[in-house]
Design a protein. Structure first.
Length: 202
């Protein structure tokens, strides 16, 4: 039986270790839950007049929920990942990474239109933040959009091919997709790589 953390800082630190070093996303999710509970307890003990602390608590809660979303994505649970990301956005709608996590979850559920809207919001927030790290993440967002476009195109092509085969027609050849650097890859080759927005935890 593991020892229970006694502060939100301790719980969140242990959760990051569980995810990054022990590679145990399920344990990390539990520890983030512990941290969220302790964070609420700590907030109740502070004076509500301390607005800066309230804002800090809100961002930390959003970060923990978005980190849980990352853990659920690692566990291939897109539904729960989306739910945690949406809770993070409800806590702090200016937290760009929460929108990116939601987009990745929606993408895995093939809800491409909603995923693009989340990535558009994420890109706007990152651009507004500025700075080298944020702008590097903008590049990751753009790469995700390009890859989603290719995934959706493959899905449409597969559906057409299936319909043609069902009706006895000769299927068309699989299309090629243009990579960011301008090189051509066939649909089969393109499926071997997936861009994912900044997998690190905050």
């Amino acid at each position: 039986m593991r020892a229970r953390p006694t502060s939100s800082d301790e719980a969140f630190a242990a959760a990051r270790v569980a995810y990054t070093r022990a590679r145990d996303p399920a344990l990390a999710i539990e520890l983030f839950d512990d941290g969220l509970r302790l964070l609420d307890e700590e907030a109740r003990k502070r004076s509500p007049s301390r607005a800066r602390d309230d804002a800090t608590t809100t961002r930390r809660r959003a970060e923990a929920l978005a980190n849980q979303a990352r853990c659920f994505l690692t566990l291939e649970n897109a539904r729960e990942a989306c739910a945690r990301a949406e809770r993070a956005i409800a806590c702090d709608e200016t937290y760009a990474k929460a929108h990116a996590r939601r987009a990745e979850a929606l993408r895995r559920r093939r809800e491409y239109a909603r995923a693009r809207l989340s990535l558009e919001t994420c890109r706007t927030l990152l651009t507004r933040e500025g700075g080298e790290e944020s702008m590097a993440m903008v590049g990751e967002v753009d790469a995700m959009v390009r890859e989603m476009d290719a995934e959706e195109a493959r899905g449409v092509q597969a559906a057409r091919t299936g319909m043609q085969m069902k009706m006895g027609a000769t299927p068309h050849a699989s299309p090629a997709f243009v990579e960011a650097k301008g090189t051509m890859r066939t649909g089969t080759e393109a499926r071997g790589r997936r861009v994912s927005f900044d997998p690190r935890l905050d």
